[in-house]
Design a protein around this ligand. Structure first.
Ligand code: MLT
Length: 244
């Protein structure tokens, strides 16, 4: 398997045809998507645009849908849920379709949606994603961070590095596809024993903490490795379900 890492969706090349893309938004969209599906949500349907989300969600039966929206780290007024993974409890989301739009994570998924296999990764479902990639043995995989409005995000690149490390690429660096993948591995190796500090130090971690110290609970949850055995996978354009 040959792996490429792109820090942001904007860096993803317009040409090229990997068999699989892995969208990463540790803080917090892909952590939340994994949590929602592990808690029994029927599916998560993602949208870059809030108006489009509201229009499409109207065609779904009201008792079976939840609207989830985040902009700038804050919940969108009038929506059922924001983007805190801690709100996606089984009582709240079981059997519901989550119509979701976030600042960066859902845009990143939209950028990748035409790639044959699209999955999402976060630290919470790291092991499940690694097992999936090992079994699938794709010839080329793109690991794509969501970043923040086009800029690099420390936590997404560290998660890409964690995937590569678990797959053993730190002992076969020459098989990595680009410099970004090598850098991701090095970043993860530096922080692997203290991922919570990395999340707190990251600019989006700082932004969330600035919005309210209670967001530290989200950071702690997002930094916890391997506690969900789900691999969210796109089954129709923009619609993710649980394959783990
Ligand atoms: C995003 O998509 O940018 C995020 O997931 C933001 C957040 O809710 O923390």
């Amino acid at each position: 398997m040959r792996f490429f890492h792109f820090h942001t969706p904007e860096q993803v090349p317009l040409s090229g045809s990997p068999e699989c893309a892995v969208a990463i938004d540790v803080l917090r969209a892909t952590t939340t998507i994994a949590t929602a599906l592990a808690a029994g949500a029927e599916a998560v349907q993602v949208f870059a645009d809030l108006e489009h989300l509201q229009e499409v969600s109207q065609s779904w039966p009201a008792p079976k849908r939840l609207l989830a929206g985040e902009r700038g780290g804050k919940a969108v007024a009038g929506f059922d849920l924001g983007n805190s993974p801690l709100d996606y409890t089984p009582d709240r989301v079981r059997d519901k379709r989550i119509f979701m739009s976030t600042t960066n994570g859902t845009r990143s998924l939209q950028r990748l949606e035409k790639i044959p296999v699209v999955i999402t990764a976060a630290l919470v479902n790291l092991g499940a994603v690694v097992d999936f990639l090992k079994q699938a043995a794709f010839s080329e995989v793109w690991l794509v961070g969501s970043g923040w409005e086009g800029a690099f995000a420390l936590e997404d690149t560290a998660c890409a590095g964690a995937i590569l490390y678990r797959l053993g690429y730190h002992i076969q660096l020459e098989q990595l596809g680009n410099d970004e993948a090598v850098a991701a591995l090095a970043l993860y190796q530096t922080w692997q024993t203290d991922l919570l500090t990395l999340l707190r130090r990251s600019s989006h971690g700082q932004r969330l903490l600035g919005l309210g110290p209670e967001n530290d609970q989200d950071l702690a949850y997002c930094a916890a490795v391997d506690h969900l055995a789900v691999v969210p996978r796109q089954v129709q354009l923009g619609v993710l379900t649980h394959t783990g």
